[in-house]
Design a protein around this ligand. Structure first.
Ligand SMILES: Nc1ncnc2c1ncn2[C@@H]1O[C@H](COP(=O)(O)O)[C@@H](O)[C@H]1OP(=O)(O)O
Ligand SMILES: [Mg+2]
Ligand SMILES: [Mg+2]
Ligand SMILES: [Mg+2]
Length: 355
């Protein structure tokens, strides 16, 4: 069976959808029970907030993946080291109860509910990635800041074979099912398999719709909400030149909105660094699922110089030149050219300012 035959990755797709749905149930429960009063939030070394939800969702996804595909390595965002510390015992108990309360979440037996096996499940995501293998990427909550704000976040899973993303599944509990009709409610899962197109289903698994399906009247450029994550002034310059309207949103939900036609461009540029600090290295779990969704919806994604994204370098994606995604190929070229001009203006300003 070739990578792109109609049956390719059918089992993987169903397992991945099940894993993402279970993790979304966990994150919704955690939000309702714990996040509203903002308790149990840890600061990791990179200062991003990690919550009970991140740990619990990664434990659930890794457990489902390891049950179905025991030999597949997993590159997951979270690790359980901080949870092992004695001072975090209360947090650890919260994670266990979030994942273990219901057998349907896949961690229901007494044995599996033990602290040791939960921490082990989280640490199954410690693979280093690389070029010549079949591996999963897991971002249990992408856009933790959006999750904490009650805004957009995404539960993200992808399968990469020999550096090529072949399957992407993204759960977005807070995305409207229909962009223009709030009455249809919230909660979607976005699915793409290489060569088989991109689809949206509801969180409960109904109403499959092929992407893109929603022609927006406004040309939006989707960008991060977080000024630390992207170069907002540069994006503004590009948007002004191309008559795009800026739309800030957390997480890979941006890729989902673009894939269904709500936006025209996804644009992420490295934020300016201070004090000789290296620019942030983007991670494969933050872009692998979104990139296949865009491509299978008929769009194009590259870095800001037009070079294909690299998913076989390891956990990181190498030198960060930013990312450009569009559903319209012609527009992609215009955005890449506009970025060059905006960077030239930015550099010229810096040179002028330096005596
Ligand atoms: N300094 C940073 N620059 C760019 N992205 C970052 C940075 N720190 C964390 N991220 C990651 O950026 C993504 C959020 O993207 P966006 O800004 O588009 O909402 C998340 O994956 C977040 O990780 P996390 O998964 O921990 O939330
Ligand atoms: Mg994080
Ligand atoms: Mg992320
Ligand atoms: Mg995350």
């Amino acid at each position: 069976m070739s990578l792109t035959s109609p049956e390719a990755f059918s089992v993987e797709k169903h397992v991945a959808i099940a894993a993402v749905r279970r993790a979304c149930l966990v994150t919704c429960t955690v939000f309702n029970q714990l996040v509203r009063d903002r308790t149990d939030i840890l600061q990791k070394e990179d200062e991003s907030p990690v919550t009970v939800g991140d740990y619990a969702a990664q434990a659930v996804i890794n457990t489902v993946l390891k049950n179905a595909f025991p030999n597949d390595p997993i590159v997951g965002e979270e690790g359980a080291d901080a949870l092992r510390q004695g001072s975090n015992a209360r947090l650890r108990e919260r994670v266990i109860s979030s994942t273990g309360e219901k057998a349907q979440w896949g961690l229901g037996s007494e044995h599996e509910r033990s602290s040791g096996s939960l921490l082990k499940a989280i640490d199954e995501g410690n693979d280093t990635g690389g070029p010549n293998k079949r591996m999963w990427t897991v971002d249990p909550i992408d856009g933790t800041k959006g999750f904490l704000r009650g805004g957009q976040y995404a539960v993200c899973l992808s399968l990469i074979v020999n550096s090529q993303v072949v399957l992407g599944v993204i759960g977005c509990p807070n995305i409207q099912i229909h962009p223009a009709n709030p009455d249809e409610g919230k909660g979607c899962i976005f699915v793409a398999v290489r060569g088989q197109g991109a689809f949206q289903i509801t969180l409960s698994g109904t109403g499959a719709v092929k992407l893109p399906y929603f022609p927006s009247e406004t040309s939006y450029v989707l960008q991060s909400e977080e000024p630390k994550h992207t170069n907002i002034p540069l994006i503004k310059r590009v948007s002004d030149e191309l008559n795009l309207t800026e739309w800030g949103m957390d997480s890979q939900a941006k890729y989902c909105c673009l894939a269904r036609g709500e936006g025209a461009v996804y644009l992420r540029m490295p934020a300016p660094t201070v004090g000789g600090k290296q620019p942030y290295e983007e991670r494969i779990w933050d872009h692998a699922p979104g990139s296949i969704l865009i491509e299978e919806a008929g769009g194009k994604i590259t870095d800001s110089e037009g070079t294909p994204l690299r998913f076989g370098l390891g956990r990181g994606m190498g030198e960060n030149r930013g990312f450009v995604a569009t559903v319209d190929e012609e527009l992609h070229g215009r955005v890449v050219s506009a970025i060059k001009r905006a960077q030239f203006t930015e550099d010229a300003k810096k040179t002028k300012a330096t005596p």
